[in-house]
Design a protein around this ligand. Sequence first.
Ligand SMILES: *Cc1c(COP(=O)(O)O)cnc(C)c1O
Length: 424
Amino acid sequence: MADYGFDTLQIHAGARPDPATGARQTPIYQTTAYVFRDAEHAAALFNLQEVGYIYSRLTNPTVSVLQERIATLEGGAGAVCCSSGHAAQIMALFPLMGPGLNVVVSTRLYGGSITQFSQTIKRFGWSAKFVDTDDLDAVKAAIDDNTRAVFCESIANPGGYISDLDALAKIASDAGLPLIVDNTSATPFLCRPIDHGATLVVHSMTKYLTGNGTVTGGVVVDSGTFDWSASDKFPSLSAPEPAYHGLKFHETFGPLAFTFHGIAIGLRDLGMTLNPQAAHYTLMGIETLSLRMERHVANAEKIAAWLEGHEAVAGVTYAGLESSPYKDRVTRICPKGAGGLFTVRLKGGYDACVKFVDSLEIFSHVANLGDTRSLVIHSASTTHRQLSEEQQIAAGAAPDVVRLSIGIEDADDLIRDLDQALKA
Ligand SMILES: *Cc1c(COP(=O)(O)O)cnc(C)c1O
């Protein structure tokens, strides 16, 4: 199936007519447990000697189709779905980290990720070292003996920044570490981080993959290419795993080691499972991913260019604009476009931003992005509120900045709405 085009794979990968009924659409297997054929079958499943279904905290047929679909679209060996994008980030780090260990992360991240990494992971004894990933020497210098991964976003939320994935993958690889890329804002239609050297890809499926603001979900995709046994840094994967009666995941499952560990240990013990109903909605969304992303990009390009020429606007940070310092990276990393997300700086500062957001009619003021509907948020007073002003500025969410998530409506209607709100 892997040699079909993206438009074909987004509809068919992972799915086959239901073996019991012939149902063409993937059924929602709304069940907690699965009947074992006999005691021997049950034992083989629990020993991971046979692949099958035991209990829906671990695996579910509807969720499995979604996992295979996303792994295929990302060019990965396997994927594990989970209950949110933030769950996916913990699930990605969990097999790699331990008390005293750290991850080197980009300063340009979704606000919630900055809080998760700078505060909450400390409860596990993990830590994050934040660096400007455009300063490659700083990235190298931040990596120490206790570092277990490098983490960045492909197209960074709140928008306008593209990570140099090839350069970061090389630094990580030279240090014997995996590069983890949050590909939420780009989606595999615009960018495939694994093609640029990423080891793991995480998504908030809440955003463009589902695409219509109905689901909270996440996924971790494994490239299957990292050699977990090349050093003693990743004992959960390379050495006998005490949490699974001494099973050696890398030796046993090869390129699927990370995926099996994510299910057999991660979902089993952390329990951040995606439910089958949510998987169904996300599968529906992915069927039209390429069509939506093309329109998101076309609208964003048109609207960003229009806003850049507006008298009330001090600047627009869309990487798809000729004026963007990241224009070259668009050509190299996401040639089909820089996504549908960008920020606008208003000359009137904080107060003008608040008035602007309140005056918009088509755009909804919500803490979400990647919806078919156009959305707006003033990050400094909402998603990035927990951060210091310095962190806000580093993350592209300064007080005079508004983030737009451009939907797939009629671009001229969106421009008219923005114009009346800017005049207000
Ligand atoms: C929304 C988002 C997340 C968190 O995802 P949830 O599904 O809300 O947990 C992580 N990274 C990025 C880039 C996001 O946009």
